[in-house]
Design a protein around this ligand. Structure first.
Ligand SMILES: [Zn+2]
Length: 250
């Protein structure tokens, strides 16, 4: 019996890919790090409102940054143990490549995982369109988990697995997180329409080596929602809802 166990352990050490039950799914580790990504910025304004409010035209880049900062502030008080990283903290342009690079080059404490949360504002030609959407990476898109930029500490997370296994784990975790976000946002933002979870071919999600979601918090093309988004109180409620969703995912 004991001999058998030793042989099994030895095999697990020599061929970890072949003995999946002997190693843990790296995405099941507790979340230590949240990457908060405010969409657009600088010369990339994102979408804009069709109406001019007292303060002028409203741009997505300003709303996403404001909500991201609120998420950061709230989360750092509620969960001071978390490592929080913002891909931008002012009105500067950050390329999509740099956003995902910031995320995957952040070193994680041993046996922990991370969560990538991107905040955007929607628009549509039909100005009746309204509500929030939770976007998730396309299941069919594969992420390269290990390359020369992977921090040494993170290599141990991925190295016992093949890229197919890791992508499967990542997709499963992504869906759980997206559904959690949808549930919490629907609960906390009662007056907002739940447009559901959608798979989308988006760079920041496809390139993310960590589980992640992109939240479209409302439509600037809808007059009522644009009015909501201009209100600091509404943006604060959205930030609180996102924080609750993050906490639920931990
Ligand atoms: Zn956007």
């Amino acid at each position: 019996m004991r001999k058998g166990l030793i042989v099994l352990l030895l095999l697990g050490f020599l061929f970890p890919q072949g003995l999946l039950f002997a190693v843990e799914n790296p995405y099941d580790y507790p979340v230590s790090t949240v990457i908060i990504d405010a969409g657009h910025g600088g010369y990339d304004p994102g979408t804009s409102s069709a109406w001019v409010f007292a303060g002028g035209t409203i741009f997505e880049r300003d709303i996403s940054l404001d909500i991201a900062k609120r998420v950061y502030a709230l989360l750092s008080v509620i969960r001071p143990d978390l490592q929080l990283v913002m891909t931008r903290s002012d009105d500067t342009f950050v390329s999509l490549e740099d956003r995902s690079r910031i995320a995957y080059t952040t070193e994680l404490p041993l046996k922990t995982s991370a969560l990538f949360v991107s905040i955007h504002v929607n628009s549509a030609e039909n100005n009746e369109a309204r509500g929030f959407e939770v976007l998730t990476k396309k299941q069919g898109k594969s992420v390269t988990l290990l390359n020369s930029e992977t921090p040494t500490g993170n290599i141990v997370l991925y190295s016992p697995f093949t890229s197919v296994q890791l992508n499967r784990f990542l997709n499963n975790r992504n869906l759980v997180i997206a559904k959690t976000f949808e549930q919490v946002l629907a609960q906390k933002l009662e007056s907002s329409k739940d447009r559901g979870v959608k798979e989308q071919d988006l760079y920041v999600l496809n390139a993310s080596r960590m589980p992640g979601v992109l939240v479209e918090v409302g439509f600037l093309s809808n007059e009522q929602e644009a009015q909501n988004l201009v209100s600091p109180q509404w943006r604060h409620s959205v930030a609180e809802a996102i924080v609750q969703a993050i906490i639920q995912c931990l």
